[in-house]
Design a binder for this molecule. Structure first.
Ligand SMILES: Nc1ncnc2c1ncn2[C@@H]1O[C@H](COP(=O)(O)OP(=O)(O)OP(=O)(O)O)[C@@H](O)[C@H]1O
Ligand SMILES: [Mg+2]
Length: 494
């Protein structure tokens, strides 16, 4: 029994066809995972199913009958609810208002207190302590995603479509999400789930559809595909040597930090980053990793001493940080970063132009920069002259990374480098980070993915409750040791 299906669906944007004859069937009580490289067409499929885009050819079937949804809300009225890859929240409204947005006037006739209570109950079910009265603007990225999820749960879904819901979530929140997915599955909801975390796909999915370049290349049932098998099917070739060999950092300090304190968030952190080193920073969410980075690059008021290549520097703004040779890629990429209604070239060079004031690049130089960026970061853009907003989510991320690297910084701080990036491209980004280090640049990589932080770093600092809890390197760089430090478990660190 199929609830919602695509029957031989193709989709064209202008002259470019991005989906070619896709068949997909969603069954009640099943989690169906949709996987594929960045730009394979996953979000496009989800938008077609959710009524946000029309297919160019083929049909959408609801309960076996062809349907045409004129809009997302129209599909939602039929019980088809979408959590989009990009946030769809009103930043200036409260959490509760967002959860009920578009519904206040309906048969519900909820007053504010009732809306707030219902929202609080939903959030409690998701095991979070977000205040229903908080404004979205003031929430962290993971909290915003939890509000998106709460909003979707508040609708009576027959079909729930989730486009990378977990990409920005932390371990604990992911657990709460899984619990809700299990509950909905048991209630007979059909779930379409997209993720680049293949371990999560293996854990959740009853059925997997693999998409490559807009075509379904593989369908499998639970247990029929290993994580390696998924990666191979997505990319179309075997992936080996996931992490590049580590380097030989020099002894010269590139960045020395003494007693850095960000009031209320980070206390008395001292660290030394060597030239050519990749320094990982691990820790639980809320341990102050992002706040440490933000304090370093002038995005938060901080006290303490910072030296760059031996010279004391005063960093009070991002501009000061740039001037000192630091670059920062924020984890908050959905908010800060790209101008979605500008072209790729403009996006790539904009920050660099601003930074250097009067100096400007000519078009040829901009073109060359875009060429290089597309190659080095494997940005898959169907056209060079497209708007940044029309790139797939993962490719937007790659463009941002390229933008940060353009002014040739000496010290690079990256918060969550591969969120939303497909498994094949991850390797490219890891290789790129290593190459930067081999060239004598120094990197700090904050990551919640344990395998990533271990596979990529020369040394890992672990944060706990705003302080440095310890350091691991060489053989001691194990998941177990890092978790112990992060959780404050005492005992031998072997
Ligand atoms: N509105 C649009 N106009 C033109 N091209 C588009 C538009 N939306 C998507 N595309 C293109 O369609 C292709 C598929 O994009 P889609 O967003 O579906 O990929 P995806 O599988 O979700 O990737 P990711 O993992 O990066 O999120 C990409 O090449 C993208 O650039
Ligand atoms: Mg997508």
């Amino acid at each position: 029994m199929t609830v919602l299906a695509l029957d031989n669906v193709s989709k064209r944007f202008g002259p470019i066809e991005v989906l070619h004859g896709v068949d997909l069937a969603l069954e009640p009580g099943e989690v169906h995972a949709l996987i594929g490289e960045n730009g394979a067409g996953k979000s496009t499929i989800m938008k077609i199913l959710g009524g946000f885009l029309d297919p160019t050819a083929g049909q959408v079937l609801l309960d076996g009958q062809p349907v045409h949804f004129a809009s997302g809300p129209q599909a939602e009225a039929q019980g088809i609810v979408v959590i989009h890859q990009e946030f769809n929240l009103a930043p200036d409204l409260s959490v509760a208002a967002n959860v009920f947005l578009g519904r206040e006037a309906g048969a519900w006739r909820l007053d504010h207190a009732a809306m707030r209570d219902a929202t609080a109950a939903l959030l409690k079910r998701l095991d979070t302590s977000i205040d229903p009265d908080a404004r979205i603007r003031d929430l962290s990225v993971p909290d915003r995603q939890m509000v998106e999820i709460a909003k979707a749960l508040s609708r009576q879904a027959r079909v729930l479509i989730m486009d990378e819901p977990s990409a920005v979530l932390t371990h604990r929140e992911v657990g709460a999400l899984y619990a809700q997915i299990d509950r909905l599955r048991a209630e007979g909801v059909a779930i379409l789930y997209c993720s680049h975390r293949l371990d999560e796909v293996a854990h959740l999915a009853d059925r997997i559809t693999v998409l490559r370049d807009g075509r379904v290349v593989r369908q499998a049932l639970r247990g029929e595909l290993t994580e390696d098998g998924m990666a191979t099917a997505m990319v179309g070739r075997e992936l080996q040597d996931f992490y590049p060999p580590k380097g030989q950092p020099g002894d010269a300090p590139a960045l020395e930090v003494r007693g850095l304190t960000v009031p209320g968030r980070v206390r008395d952190v001292s660290l030394t980053l060597r030239r050519g080193e990749v320094l990982g920073i691990a820790g639980l969410v809320g341990s102050g990793r992002t706040e440490l980075a933000e304090g370093l690059v002038g995005l938060r008021p901080a006290t303490g001493e910072i030296r760059v290549e031996g010279r004391p520097v005063a960093i009070r703004s991002l501009r000061d940080a740039f001037a000192a040779g630091l670059a920062y890629l924020t984890e908050d990429r959905k908010e800060a970063g790209l101008l979605l209604d500008k072209g790729l070239r403009e996006n790539l060079t904009l920050a660099t132009l601003e930074r250097f004031g009067a100096w400007r690049l000519d078009t040829a130089a901009e073109d060359a920069a875009l060429d290089r960026a597309t190659r080095e970061f494997d940005i898959r853009a169907p056209r060079r002259d497209m708007l940044a907003g029309k790139l797939s989510g993962g490719n937007q991320q790659k463009l941002l990374l390229a933008k940060v690297m353009l002014p040739d910084p000496r010290i690079i701080i990256i918060d969550e480098p591969t969120r939303g990036i497909d498994v094949g491209t991850k390797r490219q980004i890891y290789a790129f980070i290593r190459k930067l280090a081999a060239e004598g640049r120094s990197l700090i990589v904050i990551s919640s993915e344990m395998t990533e932080v271990i596979g990529l770093s020369d040394r890992v600092l672990v944060m706990r409750e705003g302080r440095l809890a310890g350091e691991v390197a060489g053989q001691a760089m194990t998941e177990d040791n890092i978790v112990r430090l992060a959780m404050g478990v005492t005992g031998d660190v072997a």
